[in-house]
Design a binder for this molecule. Structure first.
Ligand SMILES: [Zn+2]
Length: 461
């Protein structure tokens, strides 16, 4: 199985190399922003768009202009890739995936990319240069190998391109590779439901509760102090720049701490379970501002803003993205289940009542008296709903495969059938599918219980 993976290492640049990196990033930004302006203006004047190829032709002209001679100091590929990025931004905009491209600003996502992995361009794995990479116009750059299992190598598989990016004060090199991974065998491991929350980042149906190291109150207070320090400084001054760097460093450290923990958690979950079920969270809708309009101002705006911040701090979307691609790597299934009222449903008898949820943490069923941590109870419900849906999808796939086999078609191998059943969007229910969820629904109180839903989650990047 060929998968795309990237290996990111922190660079140890010499002062001269750092100056060059900043310069290259600046040139790439200038080309991107000029290209954006050219496309916008061109469209306003002529009503015509502009292609990437046409813009590279203009790039050649600009580089010949003595006023822009500094562009010739930057590697040619880096500038072309900036226009390539712009072209992709436009494609995303026209496909409705993102908003209209905005100009890049200094200090935000500074970086550049070398697209050509040719050894003449990029030198790696030289026995005389262990832990170093040769980049065009930068020479040999040392890096801190933060992948101990790679040993002396910097990446696995075939390198496709190298990006150099700045995060706070550090520069990183990211090697985008195509890696051949062993085909995952159908694992004999259990199924797990996951409930995402704010007080517990993830509760599992196995009873575990995981908490990501998000920013604490005192850390938020420190960020506030650092920010007010920035605000006191005069715009454009050296001291303001220093204060901004202090703030960026502090936030970056906290972000690395959280993402390290999230990666460890998602790897463990994907490796340890054959099926993972998570709830279908619409983070964008959940974190909408309560501000309202000038005519009709909203209520509890500050509280809602605090809740929004807490939700966004939990990285639910990123956790889901990581699980979706890691499950593919390790041969597990990852499914999104409709979790409507899963926190009010009893995982023992199936009774749905808002009163059962006594507090944020305590769930005590008003029908059967069953007591459990509220988040774990919700995770159990998600697991049951996911399993019921999974069985239905499997039965449907088997039913559709049977006539094809009897008609002389190729029999579908067992493993593939299961995989397809996992990935297919199943909407209709098979009546013969028993399952705890269905049984419980029949015994239920007549309240509508939402149907579980399996969706194909998009593969992670
Ligand atoms: Zn109950």
């Amino acid at each position: 199985m060929l998968v795309h993976r990237s290996y990111k290492h922190r660079l140890r640049l010499t002062p001269e190399q750092e100056v060059l990196c900043r310069r290259f990033a600046g040139c790439a930004r200038l080309v991107y922003n000029s290209g954006l302006e050219q496309r916008s203006l061109g469209y306003a004047l002529t009503g015509q768009g502009m292609s990437y190829m046409r813009q590279t032709y203009f790039l050649k002209e600009v580089k010949a202009d003595p006023a822009f001679a500094f562009l010739r100091e930057a590697p040619a590929h880096v500038l072309q890739q900036a226009l390539r990025d712009l072209d992709r931004a436009y494609q995303n905009f026209f496909a409705g995936r993102s908003r209209y491209p905005k100009p890049r600003r200094r200090g935000e996502h500074d970086g550049f990319r070398f697209p050509d992995p040719d050894p003449k361009q990029i030198g790696v794995h030289d026995p005389a240069r262990i832990g170093q990479v040769r980049l065009p116009k930068l020479g040999w750059v040392s890096l801190r190998n933060c992948w101990p299992r790679l040993g002396e190598r910097l990446f696995e598989g075939e390198c496709k391109n190298v990006s150099v990016v700045r995060e706070a004060d550090d520069w990183y090199a990211s090697f985008a590779c195509e890696v051949e991974m062993a085909d995952p065998s159908t694992p004999e491991r259990g199924a797990l439901g996951l409930d995402a929350g704010v007080s517990n980042s993830y509760a599992t149906s196995g009873g575990e509760r995981h908490h990501l190291p998000v920013l604490t109150d005192s850390e938020w207070a420190k960020i506030g102090r650092l920010q007010s320090c920035v605000n006191r400084r005069q715009k454009g001054s050296r001291n303001r720049e220093k204060a901004l760097r202090r703030l960026a460093r502090y936030r970056h450290r906290a972000s690395r701490r959280k993402h390290d923990e999230l990666h460890k958690l998602t790897t463990r979950l994907a490796k340890g379970h054959a099926l993972l079920f998570a709830e279908d969270l619409r983070v964008k809708n959940m974190t909408a501002s309560a501000k309202g309009t000038v005519q009709e101002p909203g209520v509890n705006v500050a509280q809602k803003a605090g809740l929004n911040r807490a939700i966004l701090d939990q990285c639910w979307g990123e956790g889901r993205r990581q699980l979706s691609y890691k499950c593919l790597w390790y041969g597990s299934g990852f499914h999104i289940v409709n979790a409507c009222r899963s926190s009010q449903e009893c995982s023992n008898c199936g009774h749905v009542a808002a009163e059962s949820r006594e507090s944020q943490a305590v769930f005590r069923c008003v029908a059967c008296g069953f007591e459990r941590h509220a988040d774990v109870n919700a995770a159990c419900n998600i697991r049951e709903r996911g399993l019921a849906e999974h069985r239905a999808a499997q039965a449907e796939a088997e039913a559709s495969a049977a006539p094809a086999a009897s008609a002389g078609g190729m029999p579908v191998p067992e493993g593939r059938k299961t995989r397809r059943a996992c990935e297919g969007r199943a909407s209709s229910k098979t009546p013969e599918t028993p399952g705890p969820s269905r049984k419980r629904r029949e015994q239920g109180t007549g309240q509508p219980v939402p149907q579980a839903r399996a969706i194909v989650t998009p593969l992670g990047a």
